[in-house]
Unconditional design. Sequence first.
Length: 408
Amino acid sequence: MSETAGGTRAARAPGREAAFDWAAVRARYPVATNSTFLNITSGTPLSNAARAAVEGFVRAQWAGAGTRAARPALLASARARVARLVRARAGEIAVTKNVTEGLNIVANAIDWRAGDNVVACTELEHPNNIYLWLELRRRGIELRAPRAVKGAIDTRAMIDAVDARTRLVTASSVTFAPGFRAELEPLGRACRRAGALFLVDGVQSCGILDLDVDAAAIDALATSTGKGLMGLPGLGFLYVRADWIERLRPAYIGRYSIERGTGHESEFEEGNYEFLRDARRFEAGNYNFPGIAAAEASLVELLEIGTHRIEPRVVRLATALADGLEALGLAVTSPPEILARSHIVTAGRLGAGDAAGSHDARLNRIGAALAEAGVRHTFRKGLLRFGFHCYNDDSDVARVLDVVRATP
């Protein structure tokens, strides 16, 4: 179920894996047939349709046939599809450059006062969701960093750290390592009670796991097209809940972020200006239209499949891989019982290594063997890491297990 024409929200609950032509989906992604691609956590494949959309845009530009007049419709369509994906409204979606820009837009739009605080589990956040809060300490803002428990964000500790001076709580919907989900709704509800903003880094889940931003009590969510949305790098989206938009004053301003009269966008209009009353107020400059063309094509496909179908499938595949690796003697990281498994599977000991490899010699041998066999994967924080999306199937799980089984 999608949004109605009037823009009302419609919830859609994930269910069991549905019958679907997954072979046809897989065929759209050449990388899925040319390799065993389990690297959605840090890289993204393009579908044939997304590639064609980018090439068509560039070809028209090259030939001088591309016109500016067609671009607003493309932009509006992509914006509306992102909104539909997360059960938001188009007016709550801003176009950004990447996740980092989205996070910084929110961080710098708050009217901070010395003595305010931010709550974040810095042990598990990506560095780009840490540095901006450290920088705020120069303005007298406290960063409160509750410790993780067994590799997962400690929801109770996060909530207990919130007080009357908490202006913002932030968390990744799924951590990049070890790949566990956060309990979004309890965190969001705690923020509502305290009057704080709940900001989510959704890049490791958007387009893969089913999400309703309203049901999860999310106030702002930053993502990019470089992972689960399967577009080009250099483009992102920022959701800001409607009742927060006018409470945030953008640090940057441009012709697309303000209310304009009837003149051409290149003309300066005398008099006072007002920021737009929707999320476009956070857009300060021109747009990455080749990226938007790719995103639009990818979003069409993702919405056709539906994250309500993708989530149960990728979780089943991830569970099968985790069980298989564990049976082969690997130390698979498992989320606490209160958390469902995500689409990410990691093995090893968190922190026992870095992005180049593990302190565990066997894991390094397995990583080298996987690369030799054309299995795309990564290491993060010393963990051997795999990530599933809609183009993966059981043969990918079997391929990994065969390689691990053959590696001493």
